[in-house]
Design a protein around this ligand. Structure first.
Ligand code: ADP
Ligand code: ASP
Ligand code: MG
Length: 409
């Protein structure tokens, strides 16, 4: 008998028929003699609709109240699944984040899990009750409801799996595993049998939303095997595990894209010591994460700075930057949300040159202009116009020899 944690994402619970499919799968796992904890997302599109609704109500929704609102999406699916399981004759019970003792910090909208008191979950599991936990939510020490950031149900699932010492954490989604690129935009992407935590951390940090990055961090820290698979088939998916997979031998092992970044440029900044701190400190004080930064020196002691932030933080960052620009005597602040970042990832590129030139030449051949470049030992990222994302991913996937030649397209 095993203790299995299963997480079902938004498309897997998009309507009653699909929730009923989830109930069937959960029941089957239970009937095979396992204890089951299920973590659910909101129905596909519901979190987006709730965000839109809040913005119809007020221009800048209060962050605490926003989390109270967003948490209802997961509350709905958890209750529906629990009642369906009970109607089938199973002992099942739903739990909200605070009932499952998911304790977080108070960063509304992007809270981090501090700890999960496993007791309430354990108590039910010991009675062989199927527990259905609302994902994406927790509570802070003052008792306020918090949410864990977009895609946060993955993190709920892995953290709960760690807290109860589950044998496996299964992530059921709308693709049948982790691929060398997003299979929805790159038909020749190859499915991986397994991938190491570190490789997956890289991919997630560069936009592969199949797993929220924090969930991979938890899995690595607590050594939880994560099985990413489809809720619509019985096929084996991809194991995210500790040991290195064969992928590491490759120069480039995956191509990722991220459409969730925005670009801000501040022109004619006085080129003096301390100026970067003046620009970026107020942004980071708001909890906004700046990714790429490029500085171009002009003549006459002036410089232009360009940087990227998550799209959700774009408006706020523009406001802050405009204020700072006035204070430091910069000329203008420009913003652009129609951008995307494409990245070639590979631990193998550490000791090789030439990856960058393949990337630049490949994009140039397609007439795709590179707006920003950033490199590290194991990745090269280019910011391009958003409309070229799909094309860029496909041509780079081919250029780096990653295509699955058996795929018919
Ligand atoms: P869920 O709602 O189940 O959490 P998500 O939409 O958050 O599902 O994540 C699954 C999606 O991740 C897929 O539909 C796919 O478009 C995307 N994705 C991005 N990169 C990859 C990749 N390398 N392998 C598999 N899926 C990927
Ligand atoms: N419902 C949340 C979202 O859409 C959390 C999740 O699905 O993981 O981001
Ligand atoms: Mg997700």
């Amino acid at each position: 008998m095993a203790l299995v944690v299963q997480k079902y994402g938004g498309t897997s619970v998009a309507n009653i028929e699909r929730i009923s499919n989830v109930a069937r799968r959960v029941a089957k796992t239970y009937d095979q003699g396992n204890d089951v904890i299920v973590i659910l997302s909101a129905m596909a599109g519901v979190t987006d609709s709730l965000i839109a609704l809040a913005h119809q109500a007020v221009e800048e929704p209060d962050k605490r109240e926003m989390d109270v609102l967003l948490a209802t999406g997961e509350q709905t699916t958890a209750a529906l699944l629990a009642m369906m399981l009970r109607a089938k004759g199973y002992q099942a019970q739903s739990m909200l984040g605070h009932q499952a003792d998911v304790v977080t910090d108070s960063a509304y909208g992007n809270a981090r899990i501090i700890e999960i008191g496993a007791k309430p979950l354990r108590k039910l599991i010991d009675r062989h009750t199927i527990v259905v936990v609302a994902g994406f939510q927790g509570y802070d020490i003052k008792g306020n409801i918090t949410t864990l950031g977009r895609g946060g149900s993955d993190t709920s699932a892995v953290a709960i799996a760690a807290a109860v010492k589950a044998d496996v954490c299964e992530i059921y989604t709308d693709v049948d595993g982790i691929y060398t690129a997003d299979p929805n935009i790159c038909p020749k992407a190859r499915k991986l049998k397994s991938i190491s935590y570190d490789e997956m951390l890289n991919m997630a940090s560069l936009g592969a939303k199949v797993l929220q990055i924090r969930s991979v961090g938890f899995a690595k820290k607590y050594d939880i095997p994560v099985h990413v698979r489809s809720s619509f088939s019985e096929e084996e998916g991809t194991m995210v595990v500790n040991e290195d997979s064969g992928m590491e031998q490759l120069l480039v092992s995956a191509v990722s894209h991220d459409k969730n970044q925005a670009r801000i440029t501040i022109t004619k900044v006085p080129d003096q010591p301390g100026i970067a701190a003046k620009i970026f400190s107020p942004i980071s004080e708001e909890g906004i994460v700046v990714d790429m930064i490029i500085q171009n020196t002009r003549q006459g002691g002036k410089t232009d700075m360009t940087f990227t932030v998550p799209k959700v933080d774009f408006k706020r960052t523009m406001q802050i930057t405009q204020k700072v620009a006035g204070e430091i005597g910069a000329e203008e602040v420009m913003g652009d949300t129609d951008i995307a970042m494409v990245s070639a990832i590979g631990v193998g590129m550490k000791n090789h040159s030439g990856v960058a030139s393949v990337m630049f030449n490949t994009l140039a051949r397609e007439n795709i202009n590179i707006l920003m470049i950033s490199t590290s030992e194991i990745r090269i990222s280019c910011v391009i116009e958003e409309k070229y994302t799909e094309l860029a991913v496909r041509v780079l996937h081919t250029a780096f020899g990653l295509d699955d030649e058996e795929t018919q397209v």
